[in-house]
Design a protein around this ligand. Structure first.
Ligand code: TXA
Ligand code: MG
Length: 307
């Protein structure tokens, strides 16, 4: 029996299996099996009021979960799927409460990763939160999943993920579409595709956030995270420096030379490295957006880890 067949069997018998996507590794479970979904929350230690994203392998599967598919959704699906964009739509009554945390909406995406698509096409739709313990940085390598869940945990090894930050989440259930979580598909790209204005609603930590995930602190290493101060030199051996502008490199000084995509791809791995190598803090150099689509998502994740 091939490993993939073994993992498919596990899903079908109600177990959870971690798998790679283009963003981060996901912790997959059958989207129609309540006890499998319960296991996802237990394994992660995830608060039960934080809903999950349904991962599909074929656009037609949206109709199994969404009550209606607005034109805006059809447009975005055609342009960006498979890809790092999760669409929040009104849910069908039969979608399990455990998936949506009791909301009347459901988030859906089709990941752009050959192993994920092959896997999901054989298991059927899977819920898949990031495959980390709640409060840890999302995993971008199979070894990260095993750091959190143990070395015998079932994980499909697909090497390091390409993007490294979680998908853009866009809510299409209101008159004006709203980005609830920034990702590598930017507001500008979505506005251009829809030909309308799109709101951003991820800065406000209101009483009742539109996306429950906004009120939880994610992405936090044990080491402190802060910005490099103006005129500060990267000379503390107990700090891990992630620099943007060209300067000297060293064992604790990583230089990204204005490549924000590379920093995004490596950020969570660097956070984990900082903890493994017992650095006291991660110090990041501030950056401009360099017209990079990922800048907003990167800033959002860094700010959350500093909070
Ligand atoms: O890139 C990704 O999206 C990764 C990979 C594995 O696909 N998954 C991921 O899932 O990041 P998770 O569970 O770590 O984050 C899901 C986010 C949370 O912030 C959650 O609150 C939000 O999506 N979300 C899910 N369903 C929602 C809904 N119906 N309405 C609003 N927000 C929702
Ligand atoms: Mg997560």
């Amino acid at each position: 029996m091939s490993d993939l067949t073994k993992y498919i069997q596990l899903i079908k018998s109600g177990e959870v299996v971690a798998f790679p996507t283009e963003t981060v590794y996901g912790l997959g479970a059958d989207a129609w099996n309540p006890s499998a979904i319960q296991k996802v929350f237990e394994v992660k230690g995830r608060p039960s009021d934080n809903p999950l994203i349904v991962h599909i392998s074929n656009s037609k599967q949206v109709a199994d979960f969404a009550l209606e598919i607005p034109d805006s959704a059809t447009k975005l699906m055609e342009t960006f799927w498979p890809g790092p964009l999760s669409l929040v739509l009104k849910k069908k009554p039969e979608v399990l409460d455990a998936v949506t945390a009791g909301l009347d909406t459901v988030a859906i995406r089709m990941p752009d990763h050959p192993l994920a698509l092959d896997f999901i096409s054989q298991t059927g739709p899977l819920v898949a939160p990031s495959a980390n313990t709640s409060g840890k940085p999302s995993p971008t390598k199979a070894t990260h999943v095993q750091q959190d869940f143990g070395k015998d945990f079932p994980v499909i090894d697909g090497e390091a993920t390409k993007i490294g930050l979680e998908s853009t989440v866009v809510d299409l259930t209101q008159p004006i579409p709203a980005i609830l979580r920034p990702g590598s598909i930017s507001r500008k790209q979505i506005e251009e595709d829809l030909g309308t204005e799109v709101e951003e609603s991820f800065f406000h930590h209101t009483e009742k956030p539109r996306s429950p995930g906004q009120k939880y602190s994610h992405y936090k290493p044990n080491a402190g995270v802060r910005w490099l101060k103006e005129n500060e030199q990267p000379e503390n051996p107990s700090s891990l420096y992630l620099l943007i502008s060209e300067r000297e490199s060293g064992s604790n000084i990583i230089n990204y030379n204005e490549d924000l995509n590379k920093l995004a791809a490596e950020l969570y791995d660097r956070f984990r490295q900082a903890d493994h190598e017992s650095f006291k803090e991660v110090v990041l150099e501030r950056f401009e957006d360099y017209n990079s689509e990922i800048a907003s998502a990167l800033l959002n994740r860094i700010n959350k880890s500093i909070l």
